[in-house]
Design a protein around this ligand. Structure first.
Ligand SMILES: C[S@@+](CC[C@H](N)C(=O)[O-])C[C@H]1O[C@@H](n2cnc3c(N)ncnc32)[C@H](O)[C@@H]1O
Length: 416
């Protein structure tokens, strides 16, 4: 609490630009930046400060005094309270335009690229009901909900417009006893509409639940995986190719957009039978499976034991594919290969410094950086550019409509 702590002070501000994180930038009377959620550039809004720092403040939206023409009524009654969606107050075309603007701004300001070679965003074919997976938390009464924005408090929900329709048939039927100690309840749907329920807790004892729907169910705890019903995996199909995805393994949540990203990698990467390809953070082998047939030699790096097991099944037909199980920051420094093409697809935190440094030492001529966070992408691009790489193009893919998340694929080439 310093001299700038003006918590609860109310202001009327004009919003100037969208910013990363689902907020809009305005200026307080003292010139400091203020970030406001659920608003649009060009709007005049009344806000109350919730955090006040020396150089910036964060505020909650009280009223929209002058709305932007792009403002629409949100579809969901939980919008604004539930932390899952950030852009339901505007149409899908505007959401996509906001994401392009934000990505450009992050690349300019954080990566130091004055004129980023940004391609148009690839829109999600479904702006609603596109998620093949959904993760809930339980409130004290055992009801399913999501975290409130910026909080771990659970908002029980009655409807959600992001999961695929099958998931929306199943989750309202799930019933749990109160205070079960479950950390997460996840539902996934496979390409054959089979449903997998994943219950996560620290307690090794599987919880009781009831549902009137044929599904597979597993319990994940530090003690391991217990199959409660059916299988412990799903089959996800992308571009006609099936992928085994076990309960703890990562898979892209928007299947149609996963296919678009695979196709984009096939289009932009120079792959020949002489190419050595390295796929870092390869998961269950989504990208590797489509790129491997084009190259002479292929290596994957992945830390999750479950994803590695799935990778071995999914890429079993290829003799020229090898997998290193371990953290990229531990595997890459010891790798004795000279890849021609590298694909990296790190988690939101971006690449660990040791992984990025080791990657630069491998000197791949071509690098595709698949990112789900523009800020950590920009940070890593700055280092790659300093090491002699040039950003040739970057294409955003909207994997997460109604939310602020921005996926993108950057193509970099190394100066000779
Ligand atoms: C965004 S996912 C991408 C997976 C895959 N490319 C796909 O599209 O399905 C990131 C993957 O990196 C793995 N991972 C996370 N941290 C890692 C690390 N330090 N080293 C290697 N893999 C890691 C995760 O288990 C996950 O499978």
């Amino acid at each position: 609490m310093g001299q700038h702590d003006l918590s609860h002070a109310v202001y009327e501000v004009d919003l100037l630009a969208p910013a990363h994180g689902g907020v809009c930038l305005g200026r307080l009377p003292d010139g400091r930046a203020v970030f406001v959620p659920f608003a649009l550039p060009g709007e005049r809004v009344r806000v109350r400060l919730i955090e006040s720092k020396r150089t910036y403040a964060r505020a909650e939206l009280l009223d929209v005094v002058q709305p932007a023409p792009q403002r629409i009524a949100p579809r969901c009654p939980h919008y604004g309270l539930c932390g899952g969606c950030h852009y339901q107050h505007t149409d899908y075309a505007t959401q996509c335009a906001l994401k392009e603007t934000i990505l450009r701004e992050q690349l300019q300001r954080l990566a130091g690229i004055p004129d980023p070679p940004l391609r148009p965003i690839v829109r999600s074919p479904q702006p609603w009901n596109y998620r093949n997976t959904v993760q809930f938390h339980l409130d004290a009464q055992g009801r399913l909900g999501y975290h409130r924005a910026d909080s771990h408090q659970v908002v029980a929900i009655q409807e959600c417009h992001l999961p695929e329709p099958v998931l929306n048939q199943v989750w309202p039927q799930l019933e749990f006893e109160p205070l079960l100690g479950l950390e997460r309840v996840e539902l996934r749907v496979g390409s054959g509409e089979e449903v997998l329920l994943i219950l996560e807790s620290r307690d090794p004892q599987p919880p009781e639940f009831s549902v009137d729907f044929p599904l597979s169910a597993v319990h994940l705890s530090p003690a391991g995986t217990i199959v409660l019903a059916g299988e412990d995996f799903l089959v996800m199909e992308v571009l006609g190719r099936p992928f085994k995805v076990s309960a703890p393994s990562f898979f892209q949540v928007n299947t149609a957009q996963a296919a678009a990203m695979v196709q984009h990698l096939l289009d932009i990467l120079p792959l020949t039978p002489q190419t050595t390809l390295l796929d870092v953070y390869c998961g269950v082998g989504l990208f590797t499976a489509f790129l491997a047939p084009k190259v002479g030699h292929c290596l994957g790096v992945e830390v999750s034991p479950s994803a590695c097991e799935d990778f071995a099944v999914n890429l079993d037909e290829f003799d020229h594919v090898a997998l290193y199980q371990g953290a990229a920051e531990e595997v890459l420094p010891w790798l004795d290969v000279h890849p021609d093409v590298v694909v990296v697809d790190p988690p939101r935190a971006g690449m660990a410094p040791a992984a990025l440094e080791a990657l630069i030492r491998l000197e791949p001529p071509f690098l595709a950086y698949v990112s789900c966070d523009p800020a950590t992408l920009a940070r890593d691009l700055r280092q790659l550019i300093a090491a002699g790489y040039r950003l040739v193009q970057i294409t955003p893919f909207d994997l997460f409509p109604q939310t602020y998340h921005i996926e993108s694929i950057s193509l970099l080439v190394r100066a000779a």
